[in-house]
Design a binder for this molecule. Sequence first.
Ligand SMILES: Cc1ncc(COP(=O)(O)O)c(C=O)c1O
Length: 416
Amino acid sequence: MKMKMSRLSAIRVPIDTTPAEERAALAANVRRLMRADRYVYFKAIEQSNGVEVVVDGQTLVMASSNDYLGLTHDRRVIAAATKAMRRWGSGPGGSRFLCGNITLHHELEANLADFVGKAGAIVHPTGFLTNAGVIACLARPGDVLLCDRECHASILAGCRLAGVRMVSYKGEKEHAAQDALERLRAKPDTGRVFLITEGLFSMSGRVTDLAALARLRAIDPELFLYVDDAHGLGVMGHGRTTAHQFKVVKQVDMIMGTFSKALASIGGFVATDDRNLLTFIQHDSRTHIFSAGLPAANAAAALKSLEIIRAEPQRVERLWKNARTAQARLRKLGLPVKESNSPINSILIGEEMAAFDFSRDLFRQGVFALPAIYPAVPKGQAILRVVFTSKHTRKHVNKVLEAIAETARRFHLIEK
Ligand SMILES: Cc1ncc(COP(=O)(O)O)c(C=O)c1O
């Protein structure tokens, strides 16, 4: 434990070095957009039932949420969260390491591990903190973090905290990961390679061929495969994970997931078969040790969601039915929709201003759909991200798609 404590004291937090002029420029930009009524972010939702929300007194169909299985307003989930809050209180009162650890955390970890097909799991307060803390625990000096270039900001945060070399590859291109790995292995000073990817990419909706990545062990038997399945959990592989979809659960070394999407809560976890690694992460992940534990209500909501997902496969079926309808109709309209076999529909708009205006036009028609801009996507490749959950009815789907068609015509993205 002594050794661990000395490691814990060496917190490597990146210092914000953004120059004051840059901050002022960003603030001026935000004010300019607001004055011109082109600012679309931080909308304050007055009320919600998951698929319909009220903003500034206007009821809108929500088409941006990651509540994939429509469980955030499920009465059983809310009842479980309320009951847990009564028993353990509204907040944890400290880090799990010290006084914020409750029996529910352990029950949840055992359930998560079983759900994703691994021996054990560790819960962190959010998905972002999971990636940031855990990735920093994995690599040692000389190791390389090999990441798909589309990876989420929390993965990049983990890579930065790890302080080791990071190499990115264009995962959308066939053989890109293999080529990058071969180049790394050709260098004698390369340590262990950690290949990090998302199972289902949050912005493009691209699904990673995890079987192809697992086969890269033919080149590097020690390759460590880390899959952030924030969006795939409960969605892919018939409501399990992307690793289940490709039948490579055993070959993936670590599956990461969050509760902020299909599990209708907030929190994150990693799961693996390596119990020593779990114990190491438990004592070494800074975002686990130095952050308060997940509140009981959130743990209970995630646990209840897992139970419902197992018992009600029809939710996943409805999600995919909506996904197939949306993809087919958006394509039929002739919109530039990124190739995706998932519930995430990514319409390429291009310029950021055009994306803001597109989104604002949809708001006026009663649709809440937001653009993703740099750095979430490459510069000049702003997208409109449209998601239908399993709770959206045909009427909701029609309303959103008709509004998109109307706006696309007005913006000359399509003709008819
Ligand atoms: C791919 C991916 N990883 C991690 C996270 C972080 O998850 P959380 O919202 O639980 O912090 C997100 C959230 O958007 C994500 O999309």
